[in-house]
Design a protein around this ligand. Structure first.
Ligand code: SF4
Length: 152
């Protein structure tokens, strides 16, 4: 059983999380790291608090504490919105480093596959290469086009 906390970009704070939850069920994108046989539980869903991301300092602790059996999140996912928003979150690497150091929780970049319609645009923009997105978000990018189209 993996207990998962998801933190989304506050620019999309009204998002219902549909693609994140669907990709968890389908084990695609960043959720492809978990074997089909492993049960997954969401123990927290929140946002960064708005630029520059003050909630990152506190919300992982709440996620860590508040699991069903008081053993909360054992992994944090920074949602795909941090990558596909324009511009992508400039702090994503800092968030990952902070949460891993401060709370000892591993951080996975992303949730659902990158929608193909975003790939089509972002691949033409220089920041995509300059920002090392292929390396940072490989789990989200490297899904087949047919799957990424399903997340448009
Ligand atoms: S761009 Fe980054 S810091 Fe700004 S609201 Fe989104 S996740 Fe938070």
């Amino acid at each position: 059983m993996a207990k998962i906390g998801i933190i989304i970009c506050a620019r999309y704070k009204n998002c219902g999380g549909g693609k994140c939850f669907r990709s968890m069920k389908e084990r695609v994108g960043a959720f492809s790291i978990y074997p089909e046989s492993e049960p997954l539980e969401i123990v927290g869903f929140s946002n960064c608090g708005g630029c520059p991301g003050g909630n990152i300092e506190y919300v992982p602790e709440e996620m860590r504490k508040n699991g069903a059996d008081e053993n909360g999140a054992d992994v944090i996912h920074l949602a795909t919105g941090l990558i596909v928003g324009y511009p992508p979150c400039p702090n994503i690497r800092r968030f990952k480093a902070f949460i891993e150091k401060a709370y000892g929780l591993p951080v996975v970049i992303g949730t659902h596959p990158i929608p193909q319609k975003y790939m089509d645009v972002h691949e033409k923009l220089p920041f995509w290469k300059e920002g090392g997105m292929a390396e940072l978000a490989g789990l989200l990018i490297n899904e087949p086009v047919e799957i990424k189209k399903k997340y448009n």
